[in-house]
Structure formats: structure tokens, C-alpha cells
Write a protein that binds this ligand. Structure first.
Ligand code: SF4
Length: 344
């Protein structure tokens, strides 16, 4: 990926965050966006997150979704239940599913490989799926006593093409020690992501803000992401969303959209090697579309995600209303299909 001469470092990013007006952030982010995208265009897709199990032993304090093994509300979806969700997604005009569950010690690697192979066989290229997040991928590798490379190869053999960068939240060791100490270190996270890239699978970068992270922690996350992309070129996109605190042990007050938009702008300016920066309708609803003015170029229209919905997120199926919000801001949305082999 070609770098621009205007690459900023952490000190400059800190200065921008603390001193630049919203208008200045918008302007700088839009200039950075224009390196990759026509100013009045954006893309979107209709997708659903399939939370195949809520049983998890990681016990992150910011999570309202998980249930410990043995809890009466714990569940695992059958293959038929997953098919029903995929059929509904197709009927609603979507073609991307993302699997996200917990660290369930009762599910062997074969559960996942069989499920993904069955999906590929039944749907072929009519839909694409993000099989797991990196956090789940790491747990499964450990549980199966396989290396990350071996685990990635098994998934590839089962028809998997994508493993997303989910489960990153804030990529600093301090943050993980404070909030998710059973969820692997940052070094392990990138080691796993490198193995995924080297196996020929596609992956993404994610970030969640609005916990108790400091500005320096946010900047460290962006820096590590940019470095990984410099080294591998394997990140298809960057998606940031906001922590929903309701019913979590961590709790707290949700950050406002204005702060989210400034952070999107900062991410666009800082991540000069990732063309696709995505804004989060799932956590910001229609106001996420303002992110298109702050450097974002792409978004999901989600139809389900139990993890964030349990913690306070709300979902609308009135797609035309949401797309209308993009049009009113001067952007013409085009559907982006991830379903072709070369889809990104
Ligand atoms: S965020 Fe994920 S890994 Fe952490 S407790 Fe919730 S389900 Fe488990």
C-alpha cells in the first residue's frame, strides 16, 4: 500500500483530537477519504450477525451477552436454526452473515467446521459469511490444541473465506488486563491475525470505544492497526463502534455521537493504508450516516446482533429511511456484494 507524505504520528493525532474543531476534523477526514473514494458516493450491505452460542468462559466485564456454562439461559443454535436465519437474511435482500458467539468449552472444532461446510454447500456463493471473530478463533485453536496456522487451514478447508478482526475492543495490554483478562493478549491477537492472512483468508480491523480507555490507548490501537497493515496488507476494512453499557458489569454512560464522529475522522486520517472505513449503524442508528462526512465510506444495515442488542442497541428494518439519511447528506449509496470470490 502506497503511503502518503502526510502520514501523521501519535503526537499529531493527539494534537488534532485535543485542538481541532469538528469542522477541521471533517475537512481533514474528507480529504483523506478522497484518496480512495469519490466524494458523493458510499457503499452499504444488508447483513445479520448470528450469535450461535451465548455460552462463554471469558467473562469480559463489558459484556451483557454471555452466560457461563451450566446457566439455564445458555444456548447453542442447531444447523437448522442457522439455516433459518440465513434464509430470512436472503429474503430481506441481504447476503452477508457474521458469526459471533462465546468461548464455549463444549463446542469442538468439528462443530464449526461442519457448520461452515454445510453453509457453503447449501448456499454456495449466494451469500458470504464471516466465520467467527479472531478472539473465538484463538480460543478454538487453543481448545483443539492446534497452532493458529493449522486452525486457519482447517477452516479454509471447510469453505471459510473470512475471519473478522472482532474481539479487539481496545488493543492495549492494560485495557485487556482491566476488562478481559481471559481473552488473550494483544501480541497473541496479532499473531493469530497474521496466521489468518498467511493462510490466504481475508480479515478486517475493528475497534470499540467508550469504555474507560484513555486517548493514548485509542492512539495505540490505531498505531498497532496501521503497523499490522503496513506489514501484511491483509486488512480489508476498519470498523469502529461504541460500547453499549446497559446491563453490563462495567456499566457507565454511553458516549455521544459527536465523540464517535470525531474518532471516525481521526481513524480515517491516521489509517492512511486502509481504504475502507466503516461507520456503525448498529450502535449509532441513522446518525451513523453523518460518519460519511467524517471519513467513512461504507456501512452495514444489520438485521440482528444479540450481543449489542442485549446491551442497549436498537435495530431498524426500515432500510429506505436509513439510506434516505445518507442521500440527504449528499451521498448516493450503492449495494456492495461480498458474495463473489473477490468480494471485499
Ligand atoms: S465479549 Fe465475547 S468473549 Fe467476552 S464475555 Fe462476551 S461473548 Fe465472551
Amino acid at each position: 500500500m502506497e503511503r502518503v507524505n502526510t502520514r501523521i504520528d501519535r503526537d499529531e493525532a493527539r494534537w488534532l483530537w485535543l485542538n481541532a474543531s469538528d469542522e477541521e476534523m471533517r475537512r481533514r477526514a474528507s480529504e483523506a477519504r478522497a484518496r480512495f473514494h469519490a466524494p458523493d458516493t458510499c457503499t452499504y450491505l444488508v447483513m445479520r450477525i448470528i450469535n450461535y452460542t451465548n455460552v462463554c468462559v471469558a467473562q469480559c466485564d463489558y459484556c451483557a451477552f454471555y452466560r457461563l456454562p451450566g446457566h439455564p439461559e445458555g444456548y447453542v443454535l442447531s444447523t437448522e436454526a442457522v439455516f433459518a436465519k440465513l434464509d430470512e437474511l436472503l429474503a430481506l435482500g441481504g447476503d452477508l452473515a457474521a458469526f459471533n458467539g462465546g468461548f464455549n468449552p463444549h463446542l469442538p472444532l468439528t462443530y464449526y467446521c461442519d457448520l461452515f461446510a454445510a453453509i457453503r454447500e447449501r448456499y454456495g456463493n449466494r451469500l458470504e459469511f464471516y466465520a467467527l471473530t479472531i478472539a473465538e478463533f484463538m480460543y478454538l485453536a487453543d481448545h483443539a490444541k492446534l497452532s493458529y496456522a493449522e486452525t486457519a487451514a482447517r477452516f479454509k478447508q471447510a469453505g471459510v473465506r473470512w475471519i473478522t478482526g472482532g474481539g479487539s475492543e481496545i488493543l492495549t495490554e492494560d485495557f485487556r488486563a482491566r476488562h478481559s483478562k481471559f481473552k488473550y493478549t494483544v501480541a497473541q491477537y496479532f499473531e493469530a491475525q497474521r496466521a489468518i492472512v498467511e493462510a490466504g483468508l481475508k480479515t478486517t480491523a475493528t475497534m470499540v470505544i467508550g469504555f474507560d480507555e484513555s486517548l493514548d490507548e485509542r492512539l495505540e490501537h490505531l498505531e498497532r492497526t496501521r503497523q499490522f497493515q503496513d506489514r501484511t496488507g491483509g486488512l480489508a476494512s476498519f470498523l469502529c463502534w461504541t460500547f453499549k453499557p446497559y446491563f453490563t458489569n462495567l456499566g457507565g454512560i454511553e458516549i455521544g455521537t459527536a465523540e464517535y464522529l470525531r474518532h471516525l475522522a481521526l481513524a480515517r486520517i491516521y489509517l492512511d493504508n486502509i481504504p475502507r472505513i466503516r461507520t456503525s449503524v448498529l450502535t449509532q442508528n441513522e446518525r451513523a450516516l453523518e460518519g460519511l462526512q467524517y471519513g467513512a465510506d461504507d456501512f452495514d444495515l444489520p438485521i440482528e446482533d444479540e450481543v449489542t442488542q442485549k446491551a442497549g442497541a436498537t435495530i431498524s428494518l426500515d432500510f429506505e429511511k436509513i439510506l434516505g439519511a445518507a442521500r440527504r447528506l449528499g451521498f448516493e449509496p450503492a449495494y456492495r456484494h461480498v458474495t463473489s470470490r473477490n468480494g471485499t
